[in-house]
Ligand binder design. Structure first.
Ligand code: ACO
Length: 342
């Protein structure tokens, strides 16, 4: 593993040295029509628009309606990315999700059926909010080593189905949606470095289950639980370390970074990372105000918005960085290739 000069190295990965470099050829996204505003949440739990905005930066989040599942959102985002890439098939489908439609079969197989792409490998990755960057690490290897020539990578979640709307410390955070990318080998630009890591020792920080009381006893309905402060601190530390490692691997300084696309967990986390790595907040893609935390979907939804609005330009040096339950973290350094026409 390459050495990292100024940051502790907590991640596996390194500079991309495969036979060929993988790049993003097109992007897509889909969010459900339903919206939960902070005012809506004020009706459900003891909270306020002011508290949520100040502590998280979130104004609203999207919520799936009846009959809309993770695979529905994922297939819509994937279809959009494939149409924009101008391809009718791909060599593999990976769906990053922690809210699959069912335990069996995988959401990727359900997406495969919806997109009518039989015969290619399809599987899920569950690395919570780091799922999409784990997928980029896989893409880097699979495409870089020539095992496949194209990949449909989707991050998709319907987290509002897991949320306990009596738990104010978590229910204000999460939303639903999907983002997708078609990846393939590129002649110029592409993935310069990837990093990915996990520490199961932190698995109690964010989990799905009943609530832990002050005496440690678990009670109440299942829901997404989080020890907010501990998670916040680790998220900032690991994301900073990951950006440092990616820059070292790619031979970039923080000044070289044009756009950072971080996991959208909390605006204050993004602000803290920006400050500590010395990259102005204006270079961070932020849409948490409208999306909330969509876990594995947050990075690809933000990426699609950045690509669609012209925020990402040809040859931009882009950092993707995520952190999530597990705990998991990771990222990728990529020279942006002009995506297919949209
Ligand atoms: N409205 C009003 N008050 C609230 C709310 C709410 N929605 N939620 C908590 N509070 C109260 C608490 O009860 C507490 O009150 P007390 O002081 O009387 O005990 C007070 O506000 C402060 O609570 P904290 O938890 O200390 O608030 P904090 O500033 O840490 O913000 C938050 C909480 C938003 C959850 C923050 O810690 C956070 O964003 N953490 C990280 C989230 C993250 O990174 N997740 C990553 C991955 S998620 C995944 O993988 C699925």
């Amino acid at each position: 593993m390459p050495s990292v000069s100024t940051f502790p190295d907590t991640t596996a990965g390194g500079a991309a040295t495969p036979a060929r470099l993988a790049g993003i050829l097109a992007t897509g996204s889909c969010v459900p029509d339903g919206v939960i505003s902070n005012a809506d949440l004020e009706q459900l739990v003891e909270t306020s628009d002011a508290w949520i905005l100040e502590r998280t930066g979130i104004s609203q989040r999207h919520k799936v309606g009846a009959g809309v599942t993770t695979s529905v959102l994922a297939a819509a985002a994937g279809r959009m990315a494939m149409e924009r890439a101008g391809v009718e098939t791909v060599d593999a489908i990976i769906v990053a999700t922690c809210t699959p439609d069912t335990f069996v079969p995988s959401t990727a197989c359900l997406v495969q059926r919806r997109l009518n792409l039989p015969g290619i490998p399809a599987f899920d990755v569950n690395a919570a909010c780091s799922g999409f960057v784990y997928g980029l690490a896989l893409a880097n290897s699979l495409i870089g080593q020539g095992a496949i020539n194209s990949l449909l990578l989707i991050g998709a979640e319907s987290l509002t189905q897991l949320v306990d709307y009596t738990d104010r410390s978590t229910c204000v955070l999460f939303g639903d949606g999907a983002g997708a990318a078609v990846l393939g080998p590129v002649a110029s630009g592409g993935m310069r470095a990837v990093r990915w890591a996990a520490d199961g020792g932190g698995s109690d920080l964010i989990y799905h289950g009943p609530k832990a009381g002050e005496d440690g006893a678990m009670s109440g309905p299942d829901g997404l639980r989080m020890l907010g402060k501990g998670t916040f601190r680790l998220a900032v530390e690991r994301m900073i370390e990951t950006v440092g490692a990616l820059c070292a691997d790619a031979g970039w300084s923080p000044d070289d970074i044009d756009v950072v696309i971080p996991h959208q967990a909390n605006l204050r986390i993004i602000e803290a990372v920006s400050k500590r790595i010395g990259v102005p907040l204006s270079r961070f893609m932020v849409n948490i105000d409208r999306m909330g935390n969509t876990s594995a979907a947050s990075i690809p939804i933000a990426m699609d918005e950045a690509a669609s609005t012209g925020r990402l330009r040809d040859s931009d040096r882009v950092i993707f960085v995520g952190f999530g339950a597990g705990i998991t973290w990771g990222g990728a350094a990529m020279e942006w290739t002009r995506p297919a026409s949209r």
